[in-house]
Every structure is written in structure tokens, then in C-alpha cells.
Design a protein around this ligand. Structure first.
Ligand code: KE4
Length: 430
């Protein structure tokens, strides 16, 4: 009665699509999702006892591996003293001190409960602080399911082929202007035309929701210059890249300082957490110190803070990110070599602890490049890898994630599974 098949049959009757988040539904790859029983390190076990090497890590939080002993211990130690107070608690202060220390552009920070809450709040702050209404986002970028962001969005909306969602009032959607990522001239032209009306520009500094696309040299700086020139708030959505692609996030990796940054995932260590932060003159305008309202019953929850702080402590180990970046290259080099040996058109995009795999030849520099990947080939590959105990994102439009728990044995097993899977892809292509 508790196999994945049984559970999914029950779930479909009670949860839309049988899931609590669309990207989990396997809709674009076919088949049915498995149900997780437990996870540890780089591995997931489903309720039917199968083990997988996990390259999703709960979509980013598990950069130190699942159920890390020091994270579990921190949660247990905190939970016995109460799960939520609705009163300030010391761990909220420690989290604020940690984030502002590791990300210097954040002079102040506010905790929320998801990445969506963080980006919603950042946009409201940009609009409230500038008195302007338009915002700019990039095609294929995903900033959570806030109305203003469901315009040419990525992740699950792109996966399901619905980049614009019903239910978003047209007058509101019309206030969201979109740009092609890595297109310098298009950005300049849009700001020349609308600059005085733009409250803020929000960007994934490394796109991780249309598969994975790196910023072209100078592109993030170009956006910084445009926002400064036009008095717009530059928002880096680092919900995914924060504390992953470098200790200080993408802004540290690329040396570009935004006005606001949004966070999620890793800062919660697997518990529901988000945050937004940035320039003091902006953040001071958030209630109750200022008039721009934002609130949350469980914001700064002590158990969530404990899980996040324990995770942020682990990633500060000397050499943590350097080792993870080397692991990322070793995995992607090995899988690329396997694809080449099988004669399958395939390329990878890498950063630190996140990667994109594409069934097409590179380079991948734009949204059009990313969406030109052979989704049918990916579907065959995804299931072949799953059957061989490797769990990739069930979508051709999601990035993959590595953790410090992935061992050489995990990578060797993944590369061996990929070699067999590419053969299956080649045969399926005829
Ligand atoms: P959440 O509201 O899902 O915590 O965060 C939204 C969000 C905001 N910004 C970026 C850059 C994000 O990647 C996300 C969420 N990422 C997806 C995975 N692509 C979460 C997985 C899901 O939707 O279940």
C-alpha cells in the first residue's frame, strides 16, 4: 500500500498533479515520480528501497549533503526548546550577522519563508523606494510564483510549456518588461526607452531555471551600469546561486554588487527559509522601520535558522567551494567524454556545484540556445539514468546540483551510467 505507485495514485486524487510543486511531477519526462523514504549524503532512497545518486539535493539546499549530522544535531538541539515563538530569537540575529558578513552588499537583511516571498518583497521594496511601477526580468529566469514574475518565466512554468500563467491580471503582467539574457544592446535599448519608469531589474546572475546559462563577460556589470544610470534597483536573485557558486554567491564570483539580493534554499539547510537584503537606505524602508509592509508568522523560525546556520557553517570550511568546483568539472568532463564516445550531440555548462547538461552542441549563451536542446533525447537519457540509480532533474530546463557529499565513487557510477544511457539515446534516435 505504500509503494510509489500506490502513493501517487492516492496523491493524484488529493493534490493537483499528485504533487505539492509542479517540477516534481515528471510531466515533461513521462512516467510517475518516485516517493522519497529517506536521504543521506549524496543519496536518496525511494519507498520501494531503490537508491539514487541525487543531483537535485532538494533543488539546491543540500550543498553539504542530505541529513548532515551537524545540521540534524542543530535542528534537534533547537527543536526541544520550542518550534516557534513569534517573538524574536537569538538565532535570527546570528543568521543576519552571518549573511551580512558573507555577502557585504547586504547591509541589512529580512528573513522570510521561501524564495518566492523574498523576490516578491524585493520587488515591492524597489517599487516603494523609487515610486515607479515597471520591473524588468529575463526570459527563462524564474523568481518564484509571484504574479509579476510569471511572465516568460523558467523552471516549472517553462517545463510545462506555460511561460505565462493564467490568473495574472494583464495590467499587472504588462508592468513586467522582459529581456533576452546576455543581450547587451537589447538591455540598453529597453532602458533608453523605459528607464525612467523602471523600479527594478531582477536577474538570476547565473540562470538556473532555463537549464544553466552563464553570464557573458561584462553582462552583469552592464546591468549594474544601466541601473545606476537610470536610478533603478538592481536585484540579484541568488536563491539558487547564493552560497553555492562561491561563498559570497554569484556577486562575489563576478565582482558585481547589486542593490538588493534575494536568498533561499541553502540558508535554510532544507527547512523553509528565504531572505532579502541589501543597501541600508533601501532595507530601512521596510516595516516597521519604514512604510513598505512585509511580514510573516514563521519568518526567522528558530529551527529553520538552526538548520541554515549549521549549513552555512559547513560551507565556510577552507577550500569547500574550490573542492566542489573541481568535482563539478570532473563530473561534467566525464559525462561529456561518454557522450562523445557514443556519438551523441551533448554539451555541459558548469559553475561551482551547479551545472547544465544539453543534448545539442555548444556553446550555450542564450535562452534560445538552451531551449534548442533535444528534449526527446533528454527524456530517454533521464529514464535510462534513473533505471541506473542516478536522479537528475525531471526536466530539460533545470540545472543540476552537486554537494560536498558526492564522492569519486558516486561520480564514477554516474559517468558509467551515462555511458550506457548515451548508447540508449543513440539507438532510440535510430
Ligand atoms: P521558492 O519559492 O521555490 O523557495 O523559490 C523560488 C525561486 C526563486 N528564485 C530562484 C532563482 C529559484 O530557483 C527559485 C526556485 N527554484 C525552483 C527550482 N528551479 C524550486 C523548485 C520547485 O519549484 O519546486
Amino acid at each position: 500500500m505504500n509503494t510509489s505507485t500506490d502513493l501517487f495514485a492516492r496523491a493524484k486524487n488529493l493534490l493537483p498533479g499528485g504533487v505539492n510543486s509542479p517540477v516534481r511531477a515528471f510531466k515533461s519526462v513521462g512516467g510517475e515520480p518516485f516517493f522519497a523514504a529517506r536521504a543521506a549524503g549524496a543519496h536518496l532512497w525511494d519507498v520501494d528501497g531503490r537508491r539514487y545518486v541525487d543531483y537535485i539535493g532538494s533543488w539546491g539546499p543540500m550543498i553539504a549533503g542530505h541529513a548532515h549530522p551537524s545540521v540534524i544535531e542543530a535542528v534537534q538541539r533547537t527543536a526541544v526548546n520550542g518550534l516557534s515563538f513569534g517573538v524574536p530569537n537569538p538565532l535570527e540575529v546570528e543568521m543576519a550577522e552571518t549573511i551580512t558578513r558573507l555577502v557585504p552588499s547586504c547591509e541589512m537583511v529580512r528573513m522570510v519563508n521561501s524564495g518566492t516571498e523574498a523576490t516578491l518583497s524585493a520587488i515591492r521594496l524597489a517599487r516603494g523606494a523609487t515610486g515607479r511601477t515597471r520591473i524588468v526580468k529575463f526570459e527563462g529566469c524564474y523568481h518564484g510564483h509571484g504574479d509579476s514574475f510569471l511572465v516568460k518565466a523558467g523552471s516549472g512554468v517553462l517545463t510545462l510549456g506555460m511561460p505565462d500563467s493564467p490568473g495574472v491580471p494583464k495590467p499587472l503582467a504588462d508592468l513586467t518588461l522582459t529581456l533576452p539574457f546576455n543581450d547587451f544592446d537589447a538591455a540598453t535599448e529597453l532602458f533608453d526607452a523605459y528607464g525612467a519608469d523602471i523600479a527594478g531589474l531582477i536577474v538570476e546572475p547565473i540562470v538556473g531555471n532555463a537549464n544553466c546559462i552563464l553570464p557573458a563577460d561584462g553582462f552583469l556589470q552592464h546591468l549594474r551600469t544601466l541601473c545606476t544610470q537610470h536610478g533603478c534597483v538592481l536585484i540579484f536573485d541568488e536563491v539558487m546561486t547564493g552560497f553555492r557558486v562561491a561563498l559570497g554567491g554569484a556577486q562575489a564570483r563576478y565582482g558585481v554588487e547589486p542593490d538588493l539580493t534575494t536568498f533561499g534554499k541553502i540558508i535554510g539547510g532544507g527547512m523553509p527559509v528565504g531572505a532579502y537584503g541589501g543597501r541600508r537606505d533601501l532595507m530601512a524602508q521596510i516595516a516597521p522601520s519604514g512604510p513598505i509592509y512585509q511580514a510573516g508568522t514563521l519568518s526567522g523560525n528558530p529551527v529553520a535558522m538552526a538548520a541554515g546556520l549549521a549549513t552555512l557553517q559547513l560551507i565556510q570550511d577552507p577550500g569547500f567551494h574550490e573542492r566542489l568546483e573541481a568535482t563539478t568539472h570532473r563530473l561534467c568532463d566525464g559525462v561529456e567524454a561518454a557522450a562523445q564516445a557514443a556519438g551523441v550531440a551533448f554539451t555541459t555548462v558548469r559553475s561551482c556545484a551547479m551545472f547544465g547538461w544539453y543534448f545539442r552542441r555548444g556553446p550555450i549563451q542564450t535562452y534560445a540556445d538552451a531551449t534548442g536542446s533535444d528534449a526527446a533525447a533528454f527524456r530517454v537519457f533521464f529514464h535510462a539514468m534513473l533505471e541506473r540509480g542516478v536522479y537528475l532533474a525531471p526536466s530539460a530546463f533545470e540545472a543540476g546540483f552537486l554537494s560536498s557529499a558526492h564522492t569519486d565513487a558516486d561520480l564514477d557510477a554516474t559517468i558509467a551510467a551515462a555511458a550506457e544511457s548515451f548508447e540508449i539515446v543513440r539507438k532510440a534516435a535510430g
